[in-house]
Design a protein around this ligand. Structure first.
Ligand code: THU
Length: 147
């Protein structure tokens, strides 16, 4: 369970970035050594972290973003404001780590308002802000299944 952040957007962004960077330490990455951390902000201000969790059977691994989203959804959350993501080899987020295609698709499921922000974070440098439309254009979503 995360904590509530009652702050303005700039402050919230920086806190989410810090939380994502800190969570990278929990990544279970004995195979790639590529740590990824995510911090997901729900509509009600709760924050869920996620890390990548690898497996000796490689395809059984899960990315940090989906860990965070699935944790939150499994606790009853369905709407989200933003997710901060960072990662790098040996736990050093020296460059921006962009979400994989599968994670973008999972994010797409929960951003019907279009306000959802994907925040790319690195150790030294500004937080970059994207919408799901920018990262996943011409996407397939829940409404695609409506007649
Ligand atoms: N990874 C993530 O956690 N998120 C992404 O969006 C990209 C890739 C993880 C999966 C794997 O554990 C490691 O990074 C190297 O691919």
């Amino acid at each position: 369970m995360g904590k509530t952040m009652g702050k303005d957007w700039e402050e919230t962004k920086q806190e989410l970035a810090k939380t994502a960077l800190k969570s990278m330490g929990n990544a279970y990455v004995p195979y790639s050594h590529f740590h990824v951390g995510a911090a997901l902000l729900t509509e009600d201000g709760t924050v869920y972290t996620g890390v990548n969790i690898e497996n000796s059977s490689y395809p059984a691994a899960i990315c940090a973003e989906r860990t965070a989203i699935f944790k939150a959804v499994s606790e009853g959350h369905r709407k989200f404001q933003a997710i901060a993501v960072c990662g790098g080899l040996n736990g050093k987020a020296g460059d921006y780590c962009t979400p994989c295609g599968m994670c973008r698709q999972v994010m797409r499921e929960f951003c019907e308002s279009g306000d959802f922000k994907i925040l790319l974070v690195k150790e030294d440098g500004p937080v970059k802000e994207y919408t799901i439309g920018e990262l996943l254009p011409l996407s397939f979503g829940p409404e695609s299944l409506e007649g």
